[in-house]
Design a protein around this ligand. Sequence first.
Ligand SMILES: [Zn+2]
Length: 233
Amino acid sequence: MTENFSVTAICVKSIDYKENDKLLTLCSAERGKLTALARGAKKAAAKLKYAAQPFTFGEYTLTGKGRYIIDCKQIESFSSILNSLDSYYSGCCVLEILMKTCAEDTPSPELVVGAAKALSRLSGGDNPHETLKDYMLFTLAESGYKFDFNICAACGALIDKEAYFSASEGVLCPHCKGLFPKKIPSDALFVLKGGSGAGDVMLKGANIFLSELLNELIGIKINSLNFYGELTV
Ligand SMILES: [Zn+2]
C-alpha cells in the first residue's frame, strides 16, 4: 500500500465533478501542480468545503496515489479578496499565472510562496493593480527575465521618458532601439521605472504591457486580465 502524503498548496481551480464532488487543481511547494478529487465537497456541511475554494492556502493530505484529498488544514483562506471586485479579479490573475507557471512533479516552493504573498497583500487591502504588477515582475524574474527599466541594456544610458523593448536584449534607449522596435507605452514606463503617484489607469497600462511580456517571453496568456475590458488588447 502506498502511504498518504501531504503538500502545502494553493487551490487555483475548483470545478464541479459528478453530483457532490469537486475536482481541484492545486499548486504545491513539494510536488508542483496536481489535480485531485475532493469527495462530497459540494455539500454545505462538507468537511472539505473550504479546502475546495479557490484562493485557499493549506496543508492538503492526499491518498497514496494522489487521486483523492482526505484532509486539509487551512493556513489562510484569503477570503477578504472577495470584498472588492478589483481585488478578486487581480487574485484570479495571480491564480491563473501560478497555474500556468507551476509544472507537474516539480517542487515549486518559490512560486507558491510568491503567489501566497501576493494573495496576502490583496487580502490585506493593498492596491490590486500594484500587487498584480509586482507579482508579474516576480514571475518574469523567476523565469529568468529580470529587467531594469531605468538603464538601457545595450549602452547603459539612463532611460528618460522613451524606451523600447527587445526580447533578446531587454529595455533599450531610443538610440539602441534597433530595426523593429516595440515601444514601451509611456504610462507603463513611468510605473515600471518606479515612479510614484501612478493612478489605477497607469498601473493597468503597466500590467497590460507586462502581460504581453509574459506572453512573448514565457508563453503565458492571462485570460483573467479581460476584466480590464476595453483597455486589454
Ligand atoms: Zn542605449
